[in-house]
Design a binder for this molecule. Structure first.
Ligand code: SIN
Length: 281
């Protein structure tokens, strides 16, 4: 296999060619892809046109499946969810805010894969923000201020019965299943060292982060709002442009991501798997 890796030229992200993901990967190829993923944080594989079986096999090769709450899987699959929007849908866009997938879990997914199923002719880019770059661009004084903070994470603002995808969210084509389990909280360092590379970066952001331990709620929210502006600054962003047949995988420990619109009147569907936490971390 002759893996070719072309960096995006932006803060993170690379295109990978020279590999056929419709056939099982040998251990050398898996190691090469994982190594490129740790370096570039977001990998796009154009022209793959993968079936769901291929997506599952790739996810298993990259570390196995994560646990996906609050979404019903697509029929016949346990670990694939559909990120879907019908052409005439009028609900607020799904995931149009910065986040790291399922950061409210004790062992959140290390990565996520999204496989193109139905790509609109324009718009629908996915944005990624490098959280290593966001951390490393801070002054030493600013880093000292945030370095030891512990963030409180929860799914409640999104998936509790009164959350944004809760009982009042009608007419959505995605099969989202809100519930009381979303009220649970989980602590994680605000700026952990990446478990595989040791490089520090912000982990997740306001939304799934609902407070900072030992800080008044209003002060924590003010700080998290200020930080979110910084975390999503233009200089840290890679804008991913979708093409039919493309698979992407990203590292939730290194980047935030969010969906964008701009494809009104067109259908968009992607099949998503999450990659399990790395050795239980
Ligand atoms: C997601 O956050 O899982 C979806 C991203 C997208 O729809 O571009």
């Amino acid at each position: 296999m002759q893996l070719e890796i072309t960096p995006s030229g932006q803060a993170c992200g690379a295109h990978v060619t020279g590999v056929d993901l419709k056939v099982p990967l040998d251990p050398g190829a898996i190691a090469e892809i994982r190594s490129a993923w740790l370096e570039h944080h977001v990998l796009a594989f154009p022209g793959q046109f993968l079936a769901d079986d291929d997506l599952e096999r790739f996810t298993l090769a990259m570390g196995g499946f994560g646990e996906d709450p609050f979404f019903a899987p697509i029929p016949g699959r346990k670990n694939i969810a559909a990120i879907r929007r019908e052409a005439d849908e009028t609900t607020p866009l799904f995931a149009e805010n910065w986040h790291a997938d399922w950061s409210f879990q004790e062992f959140p997914p290390s990565g996520t894969c999204l496989n193109a199923v139905d790509i609109p002719p324009m718009g629908g880019d996915t944005l990624f923000a490098s959280q290593h770059a966001a951390w490393e661009a801070l002054s030493a004084d600013q880093q000292a201020r945030y370095a030891d903070l512990i963030a409180t994470h929860s799914a409640r603002l999104a998936y509790a019965p009164d959350g944004s995808y809760g009982e009042k969210d009608k007419g959505r084509s995605m099969d989202i299943r809100p519930g009381e389990a979303a009220l649970a909280t989980q602590s994680h360092p605000l700026v952990p060292a990446h478990p595989e590379t040791g490089r520090r970066g912000f982990y997740s952001t306001l939304g799934y982060i609902i407070g900072i331990e030992g800080m008044e709620h209003s002060d924590a929210i003010a700080l998290l709002m200020e930080l979110q502006q910084w975390q999503g600054d233009a200089r840290f962003i890679y804008t991913h442009k979708w093409e039919p047949g493309m698979l992407i995988m990203w590292d939730n420990r290194s980047v935030l991501h969010k969906a964008t619109g701009g494809y009104e009147g067109h259908r968009r569907e992607l099949h998503r798997t999450t990659i399990a936490a790395w050795r239980g971390l």
